[in-house]
Design a protein around this ligand. Structure first.
Ligand code: IVH
Length: 667
């Protein structure tokens, strides 16, 4: 039957592409081509529903909601691990292992401990037949429909040397980016947000409606095998993971095979350093005796193996007490509630302040002064109060109230119904707002006054040397040199940095002014469109909205800013102090590719490479020499080489010459 043949062909192709994409990380087709194949498969299947099989990639979208999960008995129990919290405990673990085995040195497999939900996947004859949660270790829940929606979990295995029965275990998690995006969207819709990525993964996997699970950005790393037909697996844990990879599983990355306790500790330190940059959360490192024979000799003690241990990172969440809540005033007057905490050690640092974001969020979380709260610190971000522990609330815990007056300048606090943010109305005279405006003005992406950090700005304001932005340019060396922790040398450096900042670009100057909603990119677009400051200041709302990333709100902010006489004075004063830039020369036409980064590689037929580069640059694109994640597209001619490979690997959009010509005609 023609259809059956085509179905099998597409299923195989999609399965292979999935494997290349998720496991080998080197796709050979674009997303669009993948989607096209998937749509073709859907079309044939919907005309011939009897040909739909459970391993068809079309079955990943989720099934009808079920009324509950059925039980799954784990033939091999899903155990937990003992924990180690410092190097000494790791050395003690290694010593115990060596003594039991009566050997001098042990080889270990060491790998990140993923912070998600453990899941068991069962394959029979290469087909995924069941997915289960850990449950109590002996009995879990059948979540087959839900795991099938996770695109990196193979529905059918690769190759032909896999065991007829293969149970694989691993961790399902929500990557950080997906977690933040999900929460942002959920809070926009007024729905419940997840406290952390682990809860998000667990909540998503335990949905009775797998169509909901299908919409959640879940991923999986595999880290072990369990119930497997004997005779198929290799003799060490690390080799087994390689086998799993060859059969199509995404296996835990950044793993190592090391010798002895010192080898383990070194790997732990490496992972601790990588941790803030990883796109998912890990909460420690798991060490496993690599030889399966030795693992079997060591066996188990109560509910944990003797051959493995989890070396945990210092906790990133801790409990502490809110001693007070104060309001900080930002550059635009926004009042941010900040919890003053009983100092607590979280994720390697002592935290005594944590943001509560805004008053609405504070009320939603019902955080009160005196409450015991969970404080969280993730990577480099500002510590935040996650939630209150209501059960521990003391009588008299005081709800947080929005002050009626600005705590810094005393001006009235105003909050529009439609906004979550409350603001101080003392725009012009509130010292807190002025300080933040100055800090922004001198910052690197703005006027870039080297050496003028927040502390110095504060000192200069306290001394009364700076009251408003233009005062920066009448500072004198003697004034600065007289300040605490400032010598004559650093004063001279600061003066010369201030002088240097006078030669700037209009983009930077415009950004430095701190117009609400005008970030770097918008400033750049405005300048590229209007060319001169005068034309930006004169532009009407309609004219402003001709700029690609300016909508009505931004346009109104810009107009609002420039209609205020004191802002005109500010600009004039700054220019009179010698701040200058050269206005952009008129380019011949519009710049639809503004802000796009591109690379041109290989031999082109109709146009020369230089011609292509010039055309792209004239249209506003930034033509660069190397491909990175930030590249928007790559133009590829014949014999392209490594840049092409990199673009494919990173999933960057690729145009051949015909595609480029089409693009040039379209824009
Ligand atoms: S191996 C006998 N490897 O940690 C237990 N577990 O506390 C074998 N986990 O329930 C587990 N990353 O959910 C192993 N690379 C890793 C892991 C890992 C995370 C979780 C797993 C398990 C828990 C044990």
């Amino acid at each position: 039957m023609e259809e059956l043949k085509r179905i099998e062909e597409i299923k195989k192709a999609l399965n292979d592409h999935n494997y290349r994409y998720y496991v080998l990380e080197s796709p050979v087709i674009s997303d669009a081509e993948y989607d096209k194949l998937l749509r073709e498969l859907q079309a044939i299947e919907s005309a011939n529903p009897e040909l739909i099989t459970p391993d068809s990639p079309t079955q990943r979208v989720g099934a009808n909601p079920s009324s509950g999960f059925s039980e799954v008995k784990h033939t091999v129990p899903m155990l937990s691990l003992q924990n180690a919290f410092d190097d000494q405990e790791v050395r003690a673990f290694d010593k115990r292992v060596r003594e039991r085995l009566d050997v001098d040195k042990v080889i270990y497999a060491s790998e990140p401990k993923l912070d998600g939900v453990s899941v068991s996947l069962l394959y029979e004859n290469g087909f995924l037949i069941r997915g289960a949660t850990r449950g109590d270790g002996a009995t879990g829940e059948d979540i087959t429909q839900n795991v099938k929606t996770i695109s990196m979990i193979p529905l059918k295995l690769q190759g032909n040397d896999f065991p007829p029965r293969l149970e694989v275990r691993g961790e399902v998690y929500m990557p950080l980016k997906g977690f933040f995006e999900y929460n942002k969207e959920a809070s926009r819709r007024g729905e419940k947000v997840f406290v952390n990525p682990r809860n998000a993964a667990s909540g998503s996997l335990r949905q009775l409606d797998s169509k909901i699970t299908a919409k959640r950005p879940l991923e999986m790393f595999c880290y072990s095998t369990a119930d497997v037909t004997p005779g198929y697996l290799k003799g060490s844990h690390s080799e087994r993971l390689e086998q799993l990879k060859s059969w199509g599983f995404r296996v835990v990355e950044h793993r190592a095979v090391v010798e002895g306790a010192q080898g383990l500790i070194n790997h732990y330190n490496q992972l601790a350093e990588m941790r803030p940059d990883l796109p998912y959360e890990i909460d420690g490192v798991v060490y496993k005796v690599d030889s399966i024979e030795l693992q079997e000799k060591l066996g188990f003690v109560s509910r944990a193996p003797r051959w493995a241990i989890a070396h945990k990172f210092p906790a990133q969440e801790e409990l502490t007490i809110v001693e007070d809540v104060e309001f900080q005033v930002g550059r635009t007057g926004a009042l941010t509630p900040v919890a003053r905490l009983k100092p607590v050690f979280v994720g390697g640092v002592t935290v005594s302040n944590a943001t509560l974001h805004n008053i609405e969020e504070t009320h939603r979380k019902d955080v009160r002064i005196g409450d015991t709260v969970i404080v969280r610190r993730a990577g480099d971000v500002i510590p935040e109060v996650v939630s209150s522990i209501i059960e521990k609330r003391i009588p008299g815990a005081k709800p947080v109230e929005l002050p009626k007056e600005c705590p810094v300048c005393g001006a009235a606090v105003v909050k529009a119904e439609s906004e979550v943010v409350a603001r101080c109305s003392g725009t012009l005279f509130c010292p807190a707002q002025i300080k933040e405006k100055i800090k922004h003005f001198v910052s690197r992406k703005a006027m870039d006054i080297d050496g003028m950090g927040g502390k110095i700005v504060e000192q200069l304001m306290v001394e009364g040397y700076i009251k408003e932005i233009p005062d920066i340019y009448s500072l004198e060396k003697l004034q600065i040199a007289g300040m605490e922790r400032m010598g004559s040398k650093s004063a001279a450096n600061l003066i010369s940095a201030i002088e240097k900042s006078k030669k700037t670009t209009l983009e930077k100057f415009l950004y430095a002014l701190g117009i609400p909603e005008v970030g770097e990119a918008t400033a750049r677009s405005l300048v590229s469109h209007f060319k001169t400051l005068q034309s930006i200041m004169d532009a009407s709302e309609d004219k402003l909205m001709e700029v690609s990333d300016v909508g009505p709100i931004v346009a109104r902010h810009i107009i609002g800013f420039f209609t205020q006489p004191h802002n005109h004075d500010l600009v004039e004063k700054l220019i009179s102090f010698g701040i200058s830039w050269s206005d952009k020369p008129e380019t011949s036409g519009p710049q639809p590719l503004l802000g796009k980064k591109c690379v041109v590689t290989g031999t082109l037929g109709i146009m020369s490479r230089d011609e292509v580069k010039k055309r792209l640059a004239d249209l506003g694109a930034q033509v660069t020499g190397s491909v990175s994640k930030k590249t928007d597209f790559v133009v590829v001619g014949d014999s392209p080489g490594s840049k092409y490979e990199k673009a494919v690997k990173l999933g960057v959009k690729i145009y051949d010459e015909a595609g480029l010509i089409e693009l040039l005609e379209k824009v």
